[in-house]
Structure formats: structure tokens, C-alpha cells
Design a protein around this ligand. Structure first.
Ligand code: HAM
Length: 427
């Protein structure tokens, strides 16, 4: 039967072995490290009320205006596939009244797919995966620094090279309006030098213009007013303390006065990280402080700070060697149907030693069996033909040494066990 073939939807991809294993290792490293900082895992639904993101992320952001996967379900409810994790985690925090029912610290992490209808390109997908952290109820600037340090430590720990931390403060609701007004006025006077995207944004979201990647806009952007002159005392003091704390933690950073974020909930500290191997425009991590968001989502007036890492981007920059996973080590090759039962038991015995093993149950010749053992890269092939069955023995072929011996199952298991534990590199 020949049928129509299908592809994964545009902007999505299948994650296949060995990449699944590389990903799992990096995720496990995140879980281990985040735990040391007091972060615990939460899992929220893949879709939420559309309104949660409109309120949380901001009506005039690209994400909400152009990129959300919005749909009405069969019951008539308006839902959206989550484009990010922060709004969901805060929604769960409020819904379950964790401020009243759970002990401190209120530190959460999440791992999972996010969805944005973007134009797919390298490092930009419609389904992508984030590992993120959110620290709620902690307002001290040292916490911003600690969260940044965690991201930085993690990226380096899993093998990212040349991790660059870019840091800014985008002020707060007290001081940002004056800065926005100054930016608006400046954009107005240069409107004819700006791209259509910038012209469209300059009134509604003047800060976002700073983030334009269009070549033609760069000269105008370079001359734009910087926020430093507009910070209120509280924002200035906070930003200085973040920088002092980063220095105390030995986290190198560069100040980028033009760094703004694509989500509206941020205030004060905003940061992104890049690594060797990504285009300069592609941050592998982005985050910041978002005091006020929890209250806007119906929760207590608690501050928050966090970040998210893009897994696809991270995995693209990690050296291969940093995450190879040992594969199948033993393959059983029953040569007759009668040998399949012995193979089934044998393979189970080997697995109990903790050795990955598989029995190729579609009976074939020794030659084809050894060919597939070779392709699978196993260390041992166990051949089970009529002779072996009659004698109650296994023929064990060491694929590396090209040596073959016929042994009792006990002896065979011992040979495999010894060879593999000698082979296993001790780390
Ligand atoms: P974000 O900057 O929108 O922030 O996303 C964080 C990271 O997710 C980016 O730096 C990037 O690595 C990855 N990412 C975003 N969009 C895509 C895409 N279309 N394809 C591939 N990777 C992508 C947030 O989402 C905030 N919720 C982060 C945060 C948490 N802030 C505070 N807490």
C-alpha cells in the first residue's frame, strides 16, 4: 500500500536519537543545578486562556499581536498555545495560593515546549523548547544577580563557550514614561530614516524600536537617548547593586543600554546571554525582573525575576563531545525460531546487569546478524543457533576483538560484565 506522506508542520521538528539523549542530559543538568538554588519544578498546561497572555505579556507586543496560536475550542472558549512560561507559572501560583500554602522560597522552574507563529529560520521556530526559572517574592537586587549567575553557571556547565551576559535596566513605571516620551520625540524627528516596522511601533511601543535589527535603522538607534538619564533614584540604586553583586559573584557582563525585551512585563533589570556559535542576534537566554506582574494577574503584590533558555539554540552551540550517550552494548542473534525464547531470556539477564541489550528477533543468517550488530556498534553479539540450543550455551562474539567463544550462559554473562565494566570510563 503506497500512501501519502506527511511532514512535521513548518517551524516544528522531530527530535530524534541521539539528540533526544543529548537533550535529556542537558535537562537533567538543569534540574540538578536549579535544585541547588532552591528552584522546584512546575508543569503547567500547554494551552491557557488567551487572555492570560494578552494581560501578562502585553497587548502591543509582537508575541500577542502576531505570534500567538489562538483558537476557540469546541466549547467556545478562547485559548492560546503558550508562547512562554512566565505567565503560566504565575497563573498557577495565584490559582493555588502558593503564597499562603507553600513554604518559601517561591522558586520554580519549568521545561517544555512553547509556541510562536514566527517566520521560521535558524534559531527561530514555531514550536521551541524552554527551560525557565521564576523567583517570586524576592525584591533584593542580589537576587537578580543570583538568577543571572545561575543562568551563566548553567550555560557554562553544560559546555557553552564564550557566554556573554548583556545587562540593562529599563526603569520602572515611575521613570520609564519620561524616557518613552523622550524616545518618541526622537523617533519622530527621524521617522523618515526608520523602517516601516519601526515607524509602526514608535508611538505605541517606543522602547521596542531600540531592538530593531534593520541595517538602515542602526545609525538612528545609535543616536537615541539612553535610559540612564531618566532612571529614578530607586532604579539607579537597584541597578548599581545588581552590578556590584554580579562582580562579587565573578559573573562578567557588559552593559547594553539598548537592550530591551519583547515582553511588556519587565521592569528594571533586563538581561540576555549569547554564546559562541549563534548569530549575534540570537540570545540563548533572556530574562529580567517583573515586579507588578503577579498583582496584574490577580495575585499578591509580590516581585519576581526569572529567565528562560531556548533549548534549540543552546543545543546548537554545545560541542558534540559534551553529550554522547552510551548505546546498545549487546545484541542477541537467534538464528532459528526455536532460539527466540532463549534470546528473550538471555537479553533480560544481560539488562539486569545494567547493560543495554536487544535481541534481533527476526531470524536471519549469522552474516546478516553480525552486519546489524556491527551497524549498531555493539561490543558483543550473542549467536544462538541449533548447536547452541542443544548444548545450552551461547556463542559470544567480541565485535571489537573479533574473537568468538562458546560459553555457558553464566560464563558469558561474566565475560560481558567484566569486559564492559573495564571499558566503562570512570568519570
Ligand atoms: P524570551 O526572550 O521571549 O523570554 O525567550 C527566551 C528564550 O527562548 C530566547 O532567548 C530564545 O533562546 C528562546 N526562544 C524564544 N523564541 C524562540 C523561537 N521562536 N525559536 C527558538 N527559540 C526561541 C521569555 O520567554 C520569558 N518568559 C523569559 C523569562 C522568564 N523572563 C522572566 N522569566
Amino acid at each position: 500500500m503506497s500512501g501519502k506522506t506527511y511532514q512535521a508542520p513548518r517551524g516544528t521538528s522531530d527530535l530524534l536519537p541521539p539528540d533526544t539523549e543529548r537533550w535529556a542530559r542537558v535537562e537533567a543538568a538543569a534540574r540538578d543545578l536549579f535544585r541547588l538554588y532552591g528552584f522546584r519544578e512546575v508543569r503547567t498546561p500547554i494551552f491557557e486562556a488567551r487572555e492570560l497572555f494578552e494581560r501578562g505579556i502585553g497587548e502591543t507586543t509582537d508575541i500577542v499581536e502576531k505570534q500567538m496560536y489562538v483558537f476557540q475550542d469546541r466549547g467556545g472558549d478562547w485559548l492560546a498555545l503558550r508562547p512562554e512560561g512566565t505567565a503560566s507559572v504565575l497563573r498557577a501560583f495565584v490559582e493555588h495560593r502558593l503564597d499562603q500554602t507553600a513554604p518559601p522560597p517561591y522558586r520554580y522552574f519549568y521545561v517544555g515546549p512553547m509556541f510562536r507563529h514566527e517566520r521560521p529560520q535558524r534559531g527561530r521556530y514555531r514550536q521551541f523548547h524552554q527551560i525557565g526559572v521564576e523567583a517570586l517574592g524576592e525584591s533584593a537586587p542580589e537576587v537578580d544577580a543570583e538568577v543571572i549567575a545561575l543562568g551563566w553557571e548553567f550555560l557554562r556547565h553544560v559546555g557553552a563557550r564564550d557566554v556573554q551576559v548583556e545587562l540593562n535596566s529599563i526603569g520602572c513605571s515611575a521613570c520609564r514614561p519620561a524616557y518613552q516620551a523622550a524616545l518618541r520625540a526622537y523617533w519622530q524627528t527621524h521617522a523618515d530614516e526608520l523602517c516601516p516596522d519601526c515607524r509602526r511601533r514608535m508611538d505605541r511601543n517606543p522602547l521596542r524600536v531600540l531592538d530593531c535589527k534593520n541595517e538602515g535603522c542602526q545609525a538612528v538607534l545609535r543616536g537615541a537617548p539612553v535610559i540612564d538619564a531618566y532612571w529614578c533614584d530607586a532604579c539607579r540604586t537597584h541597578f548599581e547593586a545588581v552590578q556590584t553583586a554580579l562582580s562579587a559573584l565573578d559573573v562578567p557582563y557588559v552593559r547594553n543600554a539598548r537592550l530591551v525585551r519583547g515582553l511588556d512585563y519587565y521592569m528594571r533589570t533586563a538581561f540576555e546571554m549569547t554564546a559562541a556559535g549563534l548569530g549575534a542576534q540570537n540570545a540563548v537566554l533572556g530574562g529580567g525582573r517583573y515586579d507588578g506582574l503577579l498583582r496584574a494577574l490577580g495575585g499578591p503584590d509580590w516581585p519576581g525575576v526569572g529567565f528562560a533558555i531556548g533549548m534549540e539554540r543552546l543545543m546548537a552551540v554545545l560541542p558534540e563531545a559534551a553529550h554522547s550517550v552510551p548505546g546498545l552494548a549487546v545484541m542477541f542473534l537467534p538464528l532459528t525460531e526455536a532460539a527466540r525464547g532463549v534470546a528473550l531470556q538471555g537479553v533480560q539477564t544481560v539488562r539486569r546487569l545494567g547493560v543495554p541489550a536487544w535481541a534481533r528477533m527476526d531470524v536471519g543468517s549469522v552474516k546478516s546478524g553480525l552486519r546489524s550488530a556491527h551497524r549498531a556498534g555493539v561490543r558483543f553479539a550473542v549467536i544462538l543457533g541449533d548447536d547452541e540450543l542443544r548444548a545450552g550455551r551461547w556463542t559470544v562474539r567480541d565485535m571489537q576483538a573479533s574473537l568468538q567463544q562458546t560459553l555457558s550462559p553464566e560464563e558469558a554473562v561474566e565475560v560481558i560484565r567484566r569486559a564492559l565494566s573495564l571499558d566503562t570510563p570512570r568519570t
